[in-house]
Design a binder for this molecule. Structure first.
Ligand code: SF4
Ligand code: SF4
Length: 118
């Protein structure tokens, strides 16, 4: 029986829905358009190619694996479908100004909000 924190109840999670700490849950790409967390985004991380040293802190810090590094040509790519604009990557960036938050609506074709919330 799980212990509840004082003042809190417990949630009975069925065993087949339990996710262990540290588990990776791959996003169901292409099967659930509503799962695209980019719909939450209000700012977009933008990398300065000149300033970026490829330290890969952003790559390691992103909780949604939105940064892709290709060693063969030393290039980095941002894949925005699952970027929710949390800015963790920007916080972790080791070079001042190499990764900055730009308002989503500054981009032509910026994220379009869903008509219906989740
Ligand atoms: S803003 Fe958050 S979700 Fe988006 S790339 Fe950075 S760390 Fe990942
Ligand atoms: S953390 Fe900053 S400097 Fe390092 S790879 Fe990412 S954008 Fe470049």
């Amino acid at each position: 029986m799980a212990k509840a924190l004082p003042g809190y109840g417990t949630i009975n999670v069925p065993m087949d829905r339990v996710v262990p700490f540290g588990a990776v849950t791959p996003a169901p790409v292409g099967t659930q358009p509503l799962f695209h967390t980019s719909n939450w985004r209000v700012v977009r991380p933008v990398r300065d190619e000149e300033k970026c040293t490829r330290c890969l802190q952003c790559y390691m810090a992103c909780p949604d694996a939105c940064w892709v590094y290709k060693e063969e040509d030393d290039t980095m790519e941002w894949v925005g479908d699952f970027c929710k604009g949390c800015q963790v990557c920007i916080e972790q960036c080791t070079v001042d100004g190499a990764l900055v938050a730009v308002p989503e609506l500054d981009f032509e074709g910026g994220v379009v909000r869903l008509e219906k919330p989740f």
